[in-house]
Design a protein around this ligand. Structure first.
Ligand code: HEM
Length: 111
């Protein structure tokens, strides 16, 4: 498995707009071969920003790279250049090969 995370330093006054932008989008990740999971993560609040990360899990690095060249990626980023700035600068991409994964087989199911 492979994880690609983009870190966004979001201006404090823009956090609502930033979250709504993600929550309101029409995601097409479920069309993409090798896509496993997506999470939008809200992290710690610092003096001048709130840290967010878009976190995607892929079956392999090749699947992730193929997505970055796909029509679905292009469409998801067609409007990504913000009209009014929501972040301090561009996002920072960090990618990881999964070395070990442990999961509850029944995670997410009602008890
Ligand atoms: C290779 C680099 C990048 C990766 C891996 C990445 C990852 C992602 C992912 C997984 C999504 C969700 C797509 C979906 O649900 O279909 C997305 C959407 C988005 N990305 Fe990126 N992204 C990249 C580059 C960028 C850059 C450079 C920016 C900002 C300048 C950006 C800003 C956004 C925004 C704002 C959205 C939400 C889409 C919307 O507004 O409708 N991304 N990105």
């Amino acid at each position: 498995m492979y994880i690609a995370m983009n870190r966004f330093k979001v201006l404090k006054e823009a956090r609502e707009d930033f979250e709504q932008r993600w929550l309101g989008r029409q995601s097409r990740l479920d069309e993409v071969p090798g896509f496993v999971a997506f999470h939008l993560l809200r992290g710690p609040e610092r003096e001048d920003h709130v840290l967010y990360s878009s976190h995607t899990v892929w079956a392999s690095e090749d699947d992730f790279i193929a997505w970055t060249k796909s029509e679905q990626f292009r469409a998801a980023h067609a409007g990504a250049g913000p009209s009014k700035p929501l972040t301090l600068g561009p996002p920072e991409l960090e990618c990881f090969e999964v070395v070990q994964a442990l999961e509850m087989p029944t995670a997410g199911q009602p008890r």
